[in-house]
Design a protein around this ligand. Structure first.
Ligand code: CA
Length: 274
């Protein structure tokens, strides 16, 4: 086919032929290996970065097929991209498993043309939830709203560092409108006697300026919410609220105001049996 004829071929036809012609020159990568998964809904785990590198001499389009062992839930089953020469193109893959999945090793299989890579997945034990352990860690968060830039799980992901607020915090979506709620629904009756709030308190955004000011701690018994603590005028980043231990099915903060009267910012919410 001469050059003029080649240019006349519609792009839709040309592109697959390029991919076939250079199908053996795509390097597949996956990091980390193994990827570790904790079987809790809000625990930050199971994040894999997939990569494709075109080591051929011409740009191409490649399709990665992604499959996992039974029991794994994958956030995607395909990763398609235009690949310039010698340039790593990346995409995220989230791997999750149902609560209660036993520790084991599974596999995710990645295939581009005839190239294949098997990435190991290690299921870790669920963190203990006994006396002295944070009962909210990784459990399913429930909120009145969540801002589009934040993650619902950010307030119970185990990271209480205000300097990592953007990656690991939560705030509501209703600026200047209160109350806002944030908490956890337990999967089984759980005795709670202390709730600990870490509100935003960084060098740039101190709690006295940006943190939660007024809030109620509530626990739910049956379908009834009961207020077990009331904090007003708070300017601290770290606030611990103790009360007579109660066996409950949910715990939450009802946030009445923040120091900037804008958003309700939680870096981490924790609860303990006593
Ligand atoms: Ca957090």
């Amino acid at each position: 086919m001469n050059r003029a004829a080649l240019l006349a071929v519609p792009l839709a036809l040309l592109v697959p032929s390029l991919a076939v012609a250079h199908g053996n020159t795509i390097e597949i990568s996956a990091t980390p290996q193994p990827v570790e998964v904790v079987p809790l809904p809000c625990f930050p785990s199971g994040k894999l970065t997939l990569g494709m590198t075109n080591t051929g001499r011409k740009a191409t389009i490649a399709d990665m097929r992604i499959s996992g062992d039974p029991g794994l839930t994958l956030s995607r089953h395909q990763f398609s991209s235009y690949l310039p020469v010698d340039q790593l193109v990346k995409a995220p893959l989230e791997v999750t498993v149902p609560r209660g999945t036993a520790p084991a090793t599974y596999s995710v299989r990645l295939q581009v043309g005839r190239e294949q890579l098997t990435a190991p997945v290690t299921i870790l034990p669920t963190p203990p939830k006994g006396p002295g352990d944070n009962l909210l860690l990784g459990e399913q968060a429930v909120a009145s709203s969540t801002h589009g830039n934040m993650r619902l799980c950010g307030g119970v992901d185990g990271n209480a560092d205000s300097e990592q607020w953007g990656a690991s915090g939560w705030h509501d979506a209703t600026k200047g409108v209160f109350p806002d709620n944030y908490g956890v629904d337990f999967i089984a009756p759980t005795t709670v006697g202390r709730v600990v709030l870490q509100t935003l308190d960084s060098a740039r955004y101190p709690a006295a300026v940006m943190g939660i000011r007024d809030f109620d701690v509530q626990i739910r018994v049956g379908s009834e919410w009961t207020t077990v603590g009331e904090i007003r005028g708070n300017v601290q980043g770290h606030v611990s609220v103790s009360f007579t231990p109660v066996t409950s099915n949910a715990v939450r903060l009802v946030i009445q105001d923040s120091n900037d009267h804008g958003y309700s910012r939680i870096v981490e919410l924790e609860a303990y049996s006593a």
